[in-house]
Design a protein around this ligand. Structure first.
Ligand code: FES
Length: 106
């Protein structure tokens, strides 16, 4: 049996469960996962709106390259949700263009 087959059979072990707050709503997260992953698991696809046209944006690359997942995390705007680990009680806001313009296009 290959290593991949062993991992698939064993399954995924999640860390301890806790709550985070996204736009005031409680969402479950697990130790070791990113805020982006917790939001996707909760069915939340919109993480920010574009500056110019207010188009919704969500997780795209998931590896810190595209900048589409910028949110306000614990009061810090333009924080990448895909690169930030969820921590118990952390406060996350959907980033609105009016509040946190970066000067970046889109
Ligand atoms: S999803 Fe691309 S940088 Fe986070």
């Amino acid at each position: 049996m290959s290593m991949v087959e062993k991992r698939v059979q064993k399954g995924v072990e999640r860390g301890q469960q806790f709550e985070i707050f996204v736009d005031g709503e409680k969402i479950l997260a697990y130790e070791g996962e990113t805020i982006g992953a917790a939001l996707m698991a909760a069915g939340r696809r919109t993480l920010r709106y574009t500056n110019k046209y207010k188009h919704p944006r969500g997780l795209y690359c998931g590896i810190g390259l595209c900048q589409e997942c910028r949110m306000v995390i614990n009061g810090v705007p333009n924080t990448q949700a895909c690169q930030t680990l969820a921590t118990p009680g952390c406060q996350v806001e959907t980033q609105q263009r009016e509040k946190y313009s970066t000067g970046l296009t889109g």
